[in-house]
Design a protein around this ligand. Structure first.
Ligand SMILES: [Zn+2]
Length: 384
């Protein structure tokens, strides 16, 4: 009897694992995976000022190649539970659709991969050729400091080496088979600060209004695109997110004005080259304005997983089950793939992201069945 992904996903959804709560989700996985012969460890990580987080690492097999499936069992809060048509932690199925927080992001994919792994092991005498691991965190949706970053480091220090990683984040915009994610843009934020001299609004010649300089600089930074995009990436984009003076007085010229911005950047840039480019453009347009940029630290560099047999294998599995050739995408926000890529090549394929983080987050049962079939094919060929 093949494993039932719907039952596994339903059981996971019933665990109220809003970050940082474990909610029973990792304990559940531990039970299922131990039953299938995995060695399971549950490292906990903590830092001053943060909640202690439970994580899970499970491995079966000792040989190579070694495939690791990565994901998270924590979920965002349900919001107004009365607005849900089915309880956010009830795991109810209605008209062929499973409802619940995390159904899409990403207990769904975790459950499908567990089902695929159980099927694969059952078909191969309980042991894989090569090695198969689960790297599951309870800290992805919030500040993500006691999760994948530390778990990867912990695994490396324990001697774990991965050949490839499949991350199960929802990768499809509208339908299963839309897209496989092969990279992510980088993210860099900063605050543009212009200093002036405070004064009376009726005597502007005695003051120096920093808003004039700020507006000029904002205009200059938005005037030209950062690039035209690259082979695998959309054009980089700089977006201002807030303009702040904080001046409540009508007849006062303020002393300082600030504007916050975020850049999502492609593989034409590094963080360093981007800072140089932005500061050069600001410097050229500033005129007499006294300005600086306070850059925020960022751990989100751009990356691209190069084409190769692993990518082909994933793409073929998706195409065979869905009848569609998935796009190789690098769009969207950042994910834990930005940390994993420092250890091994990583590709993302999961469910359809349309309802993630929404009220009535849900997924078609048929999608769960088909994603399990895709994962099963990947395992059959990778561990052949
Ligand atoms: Zn997620």
């Amino acid at each position: 009897m093949p494993a039932d992904p719907v039952a596994i996903v339903r059981d996971l959804v019933r665990c109220p694992s809003v970050t940082p709560a474990e909610g029973g989700a990792l304990a559940y996985l531990e039970g299922v995976l131990k039953g299938a012969g995995f060695t399971v460890q549950r490292p906990r990580f903590v830092e001053p000022g943060t909640a202690e987080i439970e994580n899970l690492y499970a491995r079966i097999g000792t040989g190579s190649p070694h495939l690791v499936f990565a994901g998270h069992t924590d979920v965002v809060p349900p919001g107004d539970t009365a607005a849900w048509s089915h309880g956010p932690f009830a795991g109810e199925v209605a008209d062929g659709v499973l409802y619940g927080r995390g159904a899409v992001d990403m207990k769904g994919a975790v459950g499908c991969f567990v089902a695929a792994a159980l099927d694969h092991l059952a078909a191969n005498g309980g042991k894989p050729k090569g090695s198969l691991s689960f790297l599951i965190t309870g800290d992805e949706e919030d500040i993500a400091v006691n999760g994948t970053v530390k778990l990867l480091k912990w695994a490396a220090e324990s001697g774990e080496r991965f050949d490839h990683c499949l991350l199960g984040e929802p990768s499809n915009p509208q339908a299963l088979g839309d897209a496989v994610k092969v990279g992510r843009r980088g993210s860099l934020g900063g605050t543009l600060v212009v200093r002036g001299r405070q004064g009376h609004v009726a005597y502007p010649h005695l003051a120096d209004n920093p808003i004039r300089g700020l507006v000029r600089l904002i205009g200059a930074l938005l005037a030209e695109p950062l690039d035209q995009g690259s082979k695998h990436f959309d054009p980089s984009n700089l977006e201002f997110t807030s303009i702040d003076v904080g001046n409540r007085t009508v007849n006062l010229i303020p002393a300082e004005a600030k504007a916050r911005f975020n850049i999502r950047f492609n593989d034409h840039h590094s963080q360093a080259s981007l800072k140089t480019l932005i500061e050069h453009r600001a410097g050229s347009a500033a005129g007499p304005a006294r300005w600086r940029i306070d850059w925020e630290p960022s751990n989100a560099d751009v990356f691209l997983t190069k084409p190769g047999p692993f990518l082909d294998l994933v793409v073929d599995a998706v195409a065979e089950v869905t009848g569609r050739k998935p796009q190789l995408s690098t769009s969207g926000g950042t994910s834990d793939a930005r940390f994993i890529k420092d250890y091994c090549p990583v590709i993302e394929f999961g469910l359809v992201g349309e309802t993630m983080h929404q009220v009535d987050e849900r997924i078609a049962v048929d999608d769960l069945v088909r994603l399990t079939a895709i994962y099963r094919r990947i395992l059959e060929r990778y561990l052949a």
